[in-house]
Every structure is written in C-alpha cells, then in structure tokens.
Design a protein around this ligand. Structure first.
Ligand code: PLP
Length: 357
C-alpha cells in the first residue's frame, strides 16, 4: 500500500518551542499525523501522513463506550551530527499487535506501521530536539470507530500516530523517587489485560496514584492481585531491585507490561556478567533484605525516563530508605549505557538502533 503525504499549510504551522529545557512531557504536538482506517470488509486502507487535526467521531463510536483503545510509547533520538534514530521499534510494533489481539482489534502489518512512522518522523524532523536527553515522543494509537451501542468487537477502527518533542527527564541530574506500596487497589489480575497498553489499565490506576501523591509520594508500587504480596510494577514502569548483588525483576506472566526498557536492562546486565533473575519477589523478602543490609538498589524502567532510581519505599506505614536515598551505581551505569546507545554515542552491540536519517 502506498502511503500518501499531504503537507500542512506552511502559514498554519505551529511555532516550535524555543527553550528545549522547558519542554516537559506530552504538551506539545507537531503539525502532522499518520492515520489509516480499517473495516472488517476491506482490511486496512488509506494510509496517509496529513495535517494534525481534531478527529471526527460519532458519539456512539465504540471506543468511547467499551474501551477498545490501545496505544504505544516510543521515541526518536537525534545524534550529535544530526542523525536520527529509533530504538527497537519492532518491539513496540509487536507489542501493539499483542494488545490488539487481546482486545479483539485488528493487527497491523509491521512493515506498513514502520513505514508510516518513519515518513511521519522524517517529515517532522525539525521538531526533534537537539539537546542531550530530549527527544521526539511517538504515540501510536488504535481506536474502535464503529457507531453502535451493544458490547461486541467493533468492525471499524482508526490507527493514528502523533508525535511531540519532550524534554530531558533529568535536566538537573537524578532525583530518587519515594514510592508507596498500595494494598487496597490492584492494576491488573491474572487473565486480565495487564500486559497490554490498553487505555482502561491507566484509568484503573488513577485512584491509587492520586492517593500516593496526596500522601507525598511520587508513584505507586503495585502488588500482585491474588496474594497482595509480590511486587509487580511501579506506576507505569517496570521495577528492579538489587539484593546481595542479584538484579531481580518480576517475571512476565500476563499481569505486567513487557517493557522494552525492561528487556534492554536485562540483556545489558546479562552481557555484563551480572547475576540476573526474573522471578517473583515478595515484600517480605525485600524487608528481610532491608533489615540485614543486603538491599542495595531499586529502580523503575520505562521509555520516558530510561531508569528512575527509587530512594524510599513506604509499606504498611513504615518508611524504608534504599541506598540511603541515593541513586545506586548500577542504576546510573545502566542509564548511561542505554542513553548512549539510543543517541548513537557508542557501539550498538545488540543491533537496537534503527538509523532513519
Ligand atoms: C509502557 C509501560 C511500561 C514500560 O514499557 P517501555 O516499553 O519500557 O516503555 C511499564 N509498565 C507499564 C504499565 C507501561 O504502560
């Protein structure tokens, strides 16, 4: 299928942000978007990069009522000599298709997805920030558009990609977060959709995060739904602990999001010869390690921040400082390594970078 390009009227284009240090996250979007429609009778059709604009949706569009809405989160990075990279884009495409299957939505042709993404990013390349740590955030999304009330898989969908410049996550260096272990709410359960980037998961998480923020914490640490004992994720990131030299993260089993950053951390740590485990990790084991001094580091991983050090954990009304509230050395080393691969500043031993310009 040929991807059409319709350019926005130059007179109507938005002013680009002047100060990259004030970008923040997700507030600025560019002048174009990629869209493609689907109907069960004809498959995907009309792939086009076109001016960014509001969507027209019937108020009965099924995504608005029954939540068939999935998305992805990835970035484009600018190297020192102006080159442009994507980081493991095929992993995001594969994951989007897994989310689609679970929510009875149509899958996308991976090549067409990547082609549309590249065309959009290249057209918007002047929007990609140049400062270190800043990037162009990419949000592929799929929604059910069939206008009908009554719960069933829709027969019409819209896939779109929007992009926008985002600032460096740590403009002033790392600042370890304080996290709150929530016991009364869960974000996902076995057999559910916790492994999908499905909109409903984030709606379900809001109340617990609001509670954590009100108590003075940055994020929620989620426990498993069945035992309320094993750690699963932190906020919208995966979680890692270092105990007595072992790097531990919970196993993928349907309730946690299979993060691309999580997988990158695991592969790098294994290549460094570290003792790495994907295994269940209980709060009890974490508290024992805290008490006997073997709890060394904890961090969250995700596309937005790469890794985010955890300095303090609150569990059952008690505070536990990790590494005296400072960023751990492995956390810092992993951050540097992934950042330098993403920005083309070092060798790419795993073949993760895709240079598109
Ligand atoms: C997106 C996301 C992650 C991190 O995934 P990355 O691919 O590393 O960005 C982790 N947990 C949740 C719930 C997420 O939505």
């Amino acid at each position: 299928m040929e991807i059409m390009i319709v350019q926005a009227d130059p007179a109507k284009r938005k002013a680009k942000p002047k100060d990259e240090s004030k970008l923040g996250f997700g507030r600025v979007l560019t002048d174009h978007m990629f869209t493609m429609s689907y109907h069960s009778s004809r498959g995907w059709y009309d792939p086009v990069v076109r001016p960014y604009e509001e969507l027209r949706l019937d108020p009965a569009a099924m995504c608005l009522h029954y939540g068939q809405l999935i998305f992805e989160g990835m970035k484009a990075y600018r190297g020192k000599s102006g080159e442009i990279y994507l980081f493991r884009p095929t992993e995001n495409i594969r994951r989007m298709n897994e989310s689609a299957r679970r929510l009875c939505m149509p899958t996308l042709d991976p090549e067409l997805f990547l082609e549309g993404l590249k065309k959009l990013v290249l057209l918007e390349q002047d929007w990609i920030p140049k400062s270190s740590g800043a990037s162009l955030y990419i949000r592929p999304t799929m929604i059910a558009t069939e206008a009908a009330l009554g719960v069933h898989p829709a027969d019409a969908y819209l896939f779109f990609i929007i992009v926008g410049p985002v600032g460096a996550y740590y403009p002033e260096g790392f600042s370890p977060t304080k996290i709150y272990v929530v016991e009364e709410y869960v974000r996902s359960a076995p057999g559910g959709i916790g492994y999908c980037k499905a909109a409903g998961n984030y709606a379900a998480s809001l109340m617990a995060s609001a509670m954590a923020i009100e108590k003075g914490y940055t994020q929620v640490l989620w426990l498993d739904a069945v035992h309320r004992k094993f750690v699963e994720e932190v906020g919208t990131s995966n979680i890692f602990f270092v105990i007595d030299g072992e790097l531990i993260t919970p196993p993928l089993g349907g309730t946690i999001l299979p993060g691309v950053t999580r997988d990158s951390v695991l592969q790098i740590a294994r290549s460094w010869g570290l003792n790495v485990s994907e295994r269940p990790l209980s709060m009890e084991e974490i508290l024992t390690a805290f008490n006997n001094g073997s709890l060394q580091e904890a961090f969250a991983s995700g596309t937005a921040a790469i890794v985010s050090p955890i300095g303090q954990v609150c569990y059952q009304n008690r505070e536990y400082a990790i590494n005296e509230g400072r960023t751990g050395s492995l956390t810092e080393r992993l951050y540097e390594e992934i950042l330098r691969i993403q920005y083309g500043e070092k060798e790419d031993p795993f073949g993760w970078r895709l240079r598109i310009a």
